[in-house]
Design a protein around this ligand. Sequence first.
Ligand code: URA
Length: 546
Amino acid sequence: MQADRSGKVRVGACRFLGLPATQEWGKNSPNKCAQGGLKRRAAMWTAPAERSGDGALALLWRDRQAKASRAALAAAVHIAAYGACAELRPHASRNTLDIPVSKPQLGEAFQTLLPMSFLSLIETKRDGRELPPDAIAGFVREFTEGRVPDYQMAALLMAILFRGMSAAETRALTLAMRDSGEVLAFPNDPRPIVDKHSTGGVGDKVSLPLAPLLACLGFRVPMISGRGLGITGGTLDKLESIPGLTTALGPKRLVEQVQRLGVAMGGQTEKMIPADKKLYALRDVTGTVPSIPLITASILSKKLAEGLQALVMDVKFGRAAFMQTESDARALADSIVSLAEACGVRTQALLTDMNTPRGRAVGNWLEVKEAVECLEGRGPDDLRELVSECAARLLVLAARPRDLAEARSAAAACLASGAPRRKWDELIAAQGADLAAFRSRLALDHTAPVVVELTAPHAGFLSRCDARIIGEVVRDLGGGRLTQETVLNPAVGIDQLAKPGEHIKAGAVLCRIHATTASAAEAARARLTSAFELTDSRPEAKPLLA
Ligand code: URA
């Protein structure tokens, strides 16, 4: 049900009540069902209807005149749901009924019906059937507004994870999530509005240097990111390790900052995509992250709310990615690209390997430090390469220039120019960072109380540096969440990671562990021994992009 400000309610939308046994009275004759079925149903529910024999429309109208009792209103809502049921779709005029009722009346009626109706949605998906768009819009709204308990939503998410969603369902979910809050509106400006999003990785700090780089390349970048999910890190958690910085920018502040600086980096709020904020947190702790439709909707609801013109997606595959195989990652990329393009956003996807962490640091503050190194022309090659590649793809999507090789050179030259490093300081200062405290923290070797090394037991070529084990260790050190209540410790993590293909001498550092206590550091060191493998011959180099 959707109620507008005047209190008018589009009951056609309450098809999602998904009441049972529509076939009981509609299977063979939709026409007959529309009349007789509704009458009978009405008779079961309310006295006025029993007498009127007029069917749903008349019932609803009469109820309004009679200032319907709660039960009668509940019946009206039920009947309208029947009137809009799948069997009756050919009768378009019956699918949507505008019934003036007050919101409180409707709220009350709805509360009496919700537990049963949401259950039927779970059952529909559990049995592998398709949910209609109105049903999807309905449950997103009801959940966002706090009227669906987490345990029922978790069950629905799990049913979606196992049964999947059609393209139409995924689109409905994405748009409902986008519309759960405000959508950004930018003034006309020649600078294209662009963004990049990753499906989530370990050590994946690409967004941090990329956002100021894009602003320096003449784009507007309203980057709305997520928090860590599972073992993957989140841009918001990384940014919040900067002293004083806030990511809770309302839509107005976000637009103003993007217009002024070319870039802002924020998160979902109560005002923007609140549905994703709630669903994301629930998925994180219910094992319902690795679902193509749920990831597609989560990412694109945020991106569509930004009012983008172009998007580059970094879709990860491998041991530490939500998509473990390249073919699953390709399916996710296809799902995101086709829906984004259908919604008018020029989109390209890169497929990148996530068997090994990106860069040499994992952990919120350690990754910020490495991102700053990248902006200063230092730091790991794989990070710099991916940052430049994402920028180049967006340049091509915006046709400035069209040629990818030219775009790559332009992006790399801009990154090396120092301008994005200065833009970074402007960006974080605009979001409340204490620049002096930030600089002093950057100058420190570490901020965690305990740092220990893991060293190579013998010489060899590094053939494996397992991003999954490393992600789990960093999460358990306090850098990621196990429950919604976990408070992160930004200082913990791993740095100085050796990279596959490198020759390591016996006793050389494979990585350093930053922990809060000596016992946590020792436990991490013990687990990390299985994350590294040394071989006699150099392993075949894996390309960054698949
Ligand atoms: N990133 C998101 O924003 N959402 C997901 O579901 C996964 C990665």
